[in-house]
Every structure is written in C-alpha cells, then in structure tokens.
Design a protein around this ligand. Structure first.
Ligand code: SF4
Ligand code: SF4
Length: 683
C-alpha cells in the first residue's frame, strides 16, 4: 500500500475524514458542555488578548519561569513543527507526488527539514527527562489522587509522541535514500539527523526501501490520527483548552471578586452549588489545566497538609463537568429516559460535599499563589469563593466559629464585636483630626478594624500617624464614623453582608468628597482600591508602604538612626501578588541604615501566606500536619533573624503567634515597616 497511490489514497482519505470527524464531534460536545455555564463578558481588549497568546502560548512565558518548563517549551514547539510536517505527510497520502519543495523551493524546505530534525531530537530528550521525573524523581507536584490513572495517561501520551518521532525519522531516512539519483524527489542533507539514520537501510534494494517507506509512513500517519482522537479524553485536552483560556484571561485585578446580583427575584439560589452554575469561562478553565501541579506546589494549604490541592480541585471539577454535561446535553432529546441516561448518578452528584469537599473549600486562604503560577491563567479563587457564597447565602452552612464574627460585623462593624462608638478611641491624645472636624484635608487615613481595635494593630496606626505628621501630610480619619470595609466577609462568602457594608462605607467616604485614601491593611487596601469601584468608590488608594516610600524618596522623611539588625521581610499576599507592591517595602527597608535584609526562598511572587487571608483568620485551623503561620515562621527562622518585617496587621498577629509557638518570641520581634521607619526617622 504505497502512500498516495490508488487505492491507498482512498483508504487514507477515509481514515483521515473519519478521525477528523470523530475529533470535531468530541470537540463540539466539549464546547456545548462549556456553554452550559452562565454568561460572562470576556470579549473586550482583543488586541491585548492576542498579544497575551503570543507571549504566554507561543513564548510560553509563564511555563519557562522554572527550569523544568524548558522541556515543555521544546515539546510545544516540536509539536507545532511536527504538525507543519504532517501537512506534507497528509498531502503525500492523497497524492504521492506532493512535496513542500515544489511550493516553497529547496532552500526554505531544507531549513524547515533542519528545524524539524532539531526540534524532534529536542522533544525526544525532553520526553525522556519527563519520564525520568515522573517515574524516578516523582516530584510532589506530579502527585495525584489517582496516581495510576495519571501515570497511565502521561505514559500513553509520551509513548505516542516518541513512537511518532521514531517513525518520522525512519520515513525520512528511507526517503533520503530513495531521493538519491531520482530527480522527481528531493531530500535536503541539511536534515542531518534523518540522514544519519539512513545507513541502517542503505543495504536494502529499492523495492525494499519502498516497503519500509510505506511502513513508516502509515505508522506515522496512524499514530498522529490516533493521537488526535485521544486528545479530548486525556489530560492533553489542554492542547484545545489552553489557547482560548489564555486569550480570554481576566484583565480585572486579581484581587477583585465579582459583584453578585442579590436583587435577582428569579434566583432560586445564590453562589455556585452546581457545576453548570459557574460561568462559561470558569468551565473553560477546567479544559485548560495541564495538570502540571505548579498551583499545588505553591499552595500553603496543600503544603501544610490540608485537604486542598488546587490541581485536584480543577481535575475533579473537569471530570464531573464532562460526565454531567454529557448527560445534560442528552436530556432534552430524551427526557423520558432520564433514569437510564444517568446510570452513574452524575446528574445528581452534589458539587459541594462530593466533587469538592467542604474542608477543601474552606481551607483556601485566597493567597493567590495558585493563580500566580498557573501557566494557563486558571482562576481558582473565584471558584472557591463562589462555592462559599452558595454555602453561606443559600444553605447557611459555614464553619460554626464564623457565626459570631458575622454577628459582630452586623452589630458593631468589626469582627470582635467591640462597640462601634469606640472605633476612634485609639486617637485620643494624638495629633489627629477627624473628617468631621476638618473635611478639607488631602488624604483620608482609613484605619481599618485591626488598626482601630486590636492592641497590636493600634501600635502600627500610631507609628503611621507619627510619620504622616512628621512629613507634614494633610490627613484626617473618620473616627467613630469609620466602618469595616467588609473584605473578609466577602471572602468568606457573605456577599450580602459585604455589599451592605460597602454601600454604607462608600456613602460615608463620598459624603466627605474624599479623593485620596491611605490605609495600613493590604486587605482593606485591595478591597477599597479594586472592589469599591463596584460601589461608586473611585478613589486613589495607597497602601502605607507605597505612600511612605514616596515620602522617603521626596526627602520628607529621613531615616537617620541606624538599626544594626538581621531582618527578614515577609511579602503580604494581598500587597505583592494581588497588587504588585514588592519593591516599595524593600525600598523603605533599604533606606534604614544598618539593617541587614535577608530574603526567604519563598518571597515576592512566591511568598508563602501567613494563613490569615480569605477569612481564615477567624476560623479554627485544625487540619493538616502544621499551622500555616507556624510553617511560615519556620521559613523565616531558618535565616536566623532578629526582626521579621511585615506590612499587614494580620501578618503581624500570625507571625507573633508563630514565634510564641516556637518559643522564639523573646529573641525575634515582629514589626510593621511603618513601625521600623518611625523608630529611625529624624525628628
Ligand atoms: S489561593 Fe492560596 S490557599 Fe487558595 S488554593 Fe490557591 S494557593 Fe491554595
Ligand atoms: S491549575 Fe494551572 S498550575 Fe494547577 S495544575 Fe492546572 S495548569 Fe497547572
């Protein structure tokens, strides 16, 4: 059956059309399943979206952040170039005389063949390394709840590609020999790797060479088409999902949760309690997952043994979606056969409590590490929060200890339940004006709950007041008028409470005509800056580290007194990953003479959460082999510091608790950068 000759060409076309039809049928079904999700607008800024595809798909920008990503880079480009080569292979299958060199010319064809040879060789090396990593090194991040299935899937894919390349080199080695002395054929010697295999066949007769060519060609072609058919059923579904997922990636800030429509009178539930209640983009996320494990490898909950692995969450959601979606699509056509169409009970399978476990959903600190490291821009946090919203708003089912905190927010607008009228008492005796006393100040200092009520938080607030006054900043506070921003209530899933608080606080701030706000809490900062625009709060919002860094730069604050200490700085998740403020706190620390600053392995974008975010500050931490704050404290202690510097009142508390747990609270002290600066600035 020589390729391209009758009747082999007819057979080939039948196989090709059959494989393509099967592939497109499966892809169409996956598309229809994705469209079961709710609507979401992601069609803006098309130019930027295309640029993103160039950087993150073609350039693999996030993948190659790690050395192991270069293997994927090679496999990706090898795959692209094999696909380009396959067009010629398929052309030969239809007509034996088809060849690129007849269209492209010999020099360009020679270059293309050389590129194919080099990339195919690179792919072989990358695949062997991948096999070694999976079966010998066994890195934690490749672990799966169903390891056998994951290994089998990976092995099938790797075997597919390896066989594909071996057959390709075989076909090309024989093709090179057949081209010698035949003016109707051309094979460039530039493809030196293929040529290097030709001695294996050089003793064969021309007839035998034709047989071997047919064998390699058919083998290569059938493996490609087999791979095409297998893709949608394997983890390599990401080949289809990743490109659109990168294209439709979010442009709104990573720290902004969506605003729920709580006035929808037709809503029978709120939040996401069924997989089809996610938006179509959230469902597309599931198809895009490469199962690389970068998310779980950086997840503080996962690393401390909580029952949460973002990779597993996405995988389980995907499997559930595919199974349930298929049944849902079949239903309208055969409503009477519902029972028969649902043999595994997937239609009735609870999303929460079965596909995703309660402890999994509540373990998330919303630290953003998963989203920061995901090469294909999967958005994990919104999914956990959407499921929390369902549990809180529809089922009233949440950790018991949060009940009292909700009540405290409702009655006194702070999580401790301290009388709201005492909110401004921290300022008694300090040179601070309230907005009521002077509404013409330039900045509102939004103090927040911790800075107003917590004894430790009040010290940070006091340091900040000292610095602002020293720099001659025109500022005021709301005092007893101030309310909680509601950030934590929102992350816990109580969107109703959050929206009530946000409307009230935005109204108070706007009532004073305020344009600029300074805050010391990264959670309040993120919420006011990125979420309050949903409630007419369109102010310039500064976290104190960026504001103080500016004052130091302008010479309005001059650190003079030296601090001869070893210091470790901890990046707050909501400041760094959420808002990109990595340099400002470091600039402040550098401005203090004498400080020796050491960086933890997990710093900046890889910073490890202190454990307080996502409302976890108010929940018991009983699961796992370690508390997250203790694990983070241990990471800091390996650098033998005198001081741990933070820029968040939650982080301050979590580190101080961690040091106590390690009996190191006498030796190592925790300070906010504002406190350190206040100790050192010239009066
Ligand atoms: S946000 Fe943080 S804690 Fe939550 S899943 Fe992602 S990495 Fe884990
Ligand atoms: S969610 Fe992203 S980071 Fe996590 S396994 Fe999937 S592709 Fe990798």
């Amino acid at each position: 059956m020589q390729p391209g000759h009758f009747p082999a060409n007819i057979l080939f076309v039948i196989i090709l059309v059959g494989a393509m039809a099967f592939f497109f049928r499966t892809a169409k079904e996956l598309y229809r399943i994705m469209r079961l999700g709710k609507s979401e607008e992601r069609f803006d800024r098309i130019g930027e979206r295309i640029k993103g595809v160039v950087s993150y798909v073609l350039g693999q920008q996030r993948v190659v952040r790690e050395p192991s990503g270069w293997g994927h880079f090679l496999i990706f480009w090898g795959f692209v170039i094999i696909t380009v080569g396959s067009i010629e292979t398929f052309g030969v299958g239809v007509y034996h005389g088809f060849a690129y060199w007849k269209f492209l010319g010999k020099p360009l064809t020679a270059f293309l063949y050389l590129l194919q040879d080099l990339l195919c060789a690179g792919v072989v090396v990358a695949l062997l390394v991948a096999l070694y990593r999976r079966f010998v090194q066994k890195p934690e991040r490749l672990r799966s709840s169903d390891q056998r299935a994951a290994n089998l899937d990976a092995t099938i894919i790797i075997a597919f590609i390896l066989v594909l390349i071996v057959l390709l080199f075989g076909a090309r080695a024989v093709e090179y020999l057949l081209a010698q002395g035949d003016p109707t054929r051309y094979f460039p010697t530039a493809a030196f790797i293929s040529v290097a295999f030709s001695p294996l066949f050089s003793s064969l007769s021309t007839e035998s060479l034709h047989h071997w060519y047919a064998f390699f060609w058919w083998g290569h072609t059938l493996v490609i088409l087999g791979f095409l058919v297998y893709i949608p059923f394997s983890k390599h579904l990401h080949i289809l999902g990743a490109i659109p997922n990168v294209f439709f990636r979010r442009f709104r800030p990573v720290g902004e949760l969506t605003k729920m429509n709580l006035e929808d009178e037709n809503a029978v539930s709120f939040g996401v309690g069924k997989v089809e209640e996610f938006t179509w983009k959230q469902l597309l996320d599931l198809y895009a997952c490469t199962e690389c494990g970068r998310c779980s490898e950086n997840c503080p909950a996962n690393l401390t043994g909580k029952p949460l692995s973002p990779k597993e969450t996405i995988h389980h959601l995907k499997e559930h979606l595919k199974a349930k979606g298929k049944l849902m699509l079949a239903q309208p056509a055969a409503p009477a056969a519902e029972g028969a169409a649902n043999p595994g009970g997937e239609l009735e399978r609870p999303l929460i409590g079965d596909v995703c476990l309660h402890d999994e959903i509540w373990s998330c600190t919303t630290c953003g590490n998963c989203m920061e490291h995901c090469p294909v821009f999967i958005e994990h946090i919104d999914k956990y929060v959407d499921m929390r919203r369902y549990l809180v708003l529809t089922e009233s089912n949440f950790p018991q200890e949060v009940q009292g905190v909700f009540r405290n927010w409702e009655t006194n607008s702070n999580p401790w339940g301290i009388g709201f009228a005492t909110r401004g008492d921290w300022a008694k005796g300090l040179p601070v004006k309230t907005m009521a006393e002077d509404p013409n100040v330039e900045y509102l200092f939004y103090v927040g709950c911790s800075g107003s009520f917590d004894e430790r938080g009040k010290k940070i607030t006091t340091a900040m007041v000292k610095l602002l006054n020293q720099a001659g900043v025109s500022f005021g506070i709301l005092g007893a008028e101030e309310k909680c921003c509601g950030e934590t209530a929102r992350r816990i899933g109580n969107e109703y409470l959050f929206q009530t608080m946000a409307v009230e606080l935005a109204g108070i701030i706007n009532g004073y005509g305020i344009k600029r706000i300074i805050t010391t809490c990264p959670h309040g900062y993120n919420c006011l800056k990125n979420e309050y625009p949903q409630f007419d709060g369109t102010w310039e919002v500064y976290h104190h580290v960026e504001f103080l860094a500016k004052l130091v730069r302008e010479g309005r604050l001059k650190p003079a007194q030296g601090l001869d200490k070893r210091l470790v700085f901890h990046d707050s998740c909501y400041l760094g990953r959420y808002n990109g403020l990595y340099e400002e706190p470091r600039a402040l620390l550098r401005s203090i003479p004498g400080l020796q600053h050491f960086e933890m392995d997990r710093s900046r974008a890889k910073s490890f959460c202190c454990g307080a975010g996502g409302g976890r500050m108010w929940m018991e931490e009983t699961l796992g082999h370690a508390k997250i704050n203790n694990a983070r404290t241990d990471q800091a202690l390996t650098l033998d510091p005198d001081l741990i510097a933070v820029c968040c009142p939650f982080c301050t508390t979590m580190f101080e608790d961690g040091l106590k747990a390690r009996n190191m609270d006498e030796k190592v002290k925790v300070y906010d950068v504002a406190e350190l600066l206040a100790q050192t600035v010239a009066p």
